[in-house]
Structure formats: C-alpha cells, structure tokens
Write a protein that binds this ligand. Structure first.
Ligand code: AMP
Length: 281
C-alpha cells in the first residue's frame, strides 16, 4: 500500500492505473471495524481501492472536537494495509484547502433536521470535502456507512441531483458485541458512560418494535426517549423518525423509516439509528 500526502502524488498513481474501476472510502481516520467493512466491500468490488484520512475542519463547528479528534496514523496504516488498500491519501489541511474561493455548497433542507439542527454548517462542510475528493479521485463507487444515515441520505441526493458519475454504496452499521455502534468517538466515553451507551441502540430498538406493533409513531418515539433517559446519564439531543432517504415526516409513500438518535455524554456526542422497511411490516 502506498501512502500519499499530495494531490500530485495521488494523481500520478491514478494516471498509472487508467481504465481500472476505483473504489473510494473517505474517512477521518482512527479506523475501526466499521471503516474496515467499507474498505473490505470496496476491495471486493473494484480493481483499485483508494481511501482518504482527513479530519475535515470544514465540517466541525467552533465548539466541536476538531482539535481533540482522535488520530493514530500508524494503526490506520496497518489496518488499511491489511484490508488490501492500494492508496491511502492523507493530505494536510493546506493541501485540501490552500485558499478560500468564497464559493460555498449548501446542503439545504435535508441538513436542517436531525444532526443538522445542533451542528449548523456540518453537512455543508461534508459536501465541500466530498466534492473535492470525488473530483480528484473520480471513483467508480464510493462507500458510506449507514451509521451516519443523514450524511448518506444527503450524499446520495447530492450526487443524483448534480450528476456526479459515481455510485454510492451503503454499508450496514458495524456494532460492538453488546450493540454499541463502533465509532472513533467511543474512546471519549468514561467507563460508566461506555456501559450506558448500549442503551442508545436498545432505545431505538424499543421505538421500532412499538412502531411495528402499534404504528403509533409518537408513542414509539416517547417510549424510546424515556428508555434512554432512564438508562443513561446522557442528554438526548434528538430521537426522531423520518421517511428515508428524503427525511420528511410524511410517511405516506415511504418505503423505509429512519429511527435516529443523538445523545450528548460528557465528552462525546454519540449517534445511532435503525432503518426499518415499511413494506411487509
Ligand atoms: P468517519 O471516519 O467517522 O468520517 O467515517 C468514515 C465512514 O465510515 C463513514 O461513511 C461512516 O458512516 C463509516 N462508519 C463509521 N462508523 C461505522 C460503523 N460503525 N459501521 C459502518 N460504517 C461506519
């Protein structure tokens, strides 16, 4: 596996592999089995695999965890090598953003809900870096985790609306044995919080079960919230159900419903979700 830091080196590599299908996995590093699932799928489905590690300042708000976001490039390199990746692109910030053009991308209505409410500008920053990476790499397929369901919905919508020649591949959420969704931010949990954090998924499961049985969405939401409140010391940012992937609250034509939650712990804000198929329920 080759590690490159500059756009020039990346492009030289891509030029010498013209005509091959490219699988691309964008990440912020501190890789775990969740990322590995994306890398493995990309490896299976493409001639070459490019992954990026870039803690993108554009998607962090002023009071968020940009400066303390966990990093471990040695471990990441080891894991990416084991996954059979061809190129790891690890650009410094001034390589990605050498100057400000003053031209911005707005994620629009989809970014006003769920995480967008407490993270204004976050999804604009995600689209900024993704647009640049897609143009630089020109992947055949790009891989995103369902763990970040709103991000996935926004990227799928963006790519379709603006005719990016890339196929977006969804990858299911990878969990710890006790159900906690794997996340780079789990290292910020205290021992007590780590034990409590399993209740996000349990709360979501309760919501989806109540919805399946009663089709009463407000009862499903309130019971899920009550469970999380009673079983964690965290503060619920939201627990909501929206049609997926259009993120509307009208479920009439929905094929899937997203049950999503975000909970603030002392040093980490955790997110999780369950997507249920409406048909056949
Ligand atoms: P991040 O490094 O947090 O930006 O994540 C990079 C990619 O990995 C995103 O597409 C995430 O949705 C995905 N990802 C992160 N955690 C998981 C997980 N537990 N299961 C599946 N995909 C994940």
């Amino acid at each position: 596996m080759k590690t490159v830091q500059t756009i020039n080196e990346l492009q030289n590599f891509l030029d010498s592999n013209k005509g091959k299908s490219i699988g691309f996995v964008p990440t912020m590093g501190y890789l775990h089995e969740g990322h590995l699932a994306l890398l493995t799928k990309a490896r299976e489905q493409n001639d070459i695999v490019v992954s990026s590690i870039f803690v993108n300042p554009a998607q962090f708000g002023p009071n968020e965890d940009l400066d303390r976001y966990p990093r471990d490039i040695e471990h990441d390199t080891e894991l990416a090598t084991k996954a059979g990746i061809d190129v790891l692109f690890v650009p410094p910030v001034n390589e990605m953003y050498p100057s400000e053009s003053g031209i911005t991308i707005h994620a629009g209505e989809l970014s006003t809900k769920l995480c967008g409410e407490s993270r204004p500008g976050h999804f604009d920053g995600v689209l900024k870096v993704i647009t640049k990476l897609f143009h630089l790499i020109q992947p055949t397929k790009a891989y995103f985790g369902q763990k970040d369901a709103q991000q996935l919905a926004i990227i799928e919508t963006f790519v379709k609306a603006y005719n990016f020649p890339v196929q977006i591949e969804r990858v299911s959420t990878v969990r710890e044995a006790d159900g906690l969704a794997k996340s780079s931010r789990n290292v910020f949990l205290s021992e007590k919080e780590r034990a409590e954090a399993i209740h996000l998924y349990k709360g979501l499961t309760i919501s989806t079960e109540i919805w399946r049985e009663t089709k009463d969405i407000s009862l499903a939401i309130s019971e899920g919230k009550r469970y999380i409140e009673q079983n964690t010391s965290g503060k619920i940012d939201y627990l909501e159900a929206l049609a997926y992937p259009n993120l509307q609250s009208d479920f009439n034509h929905a094929e899937q419903i997203l049950f999503a939650t975000a909970v603030f712990f002392e040093n980490a804000r955790l997110i999780d979700n369950i997507i249920v198929d409406v048909k056949g329920v």
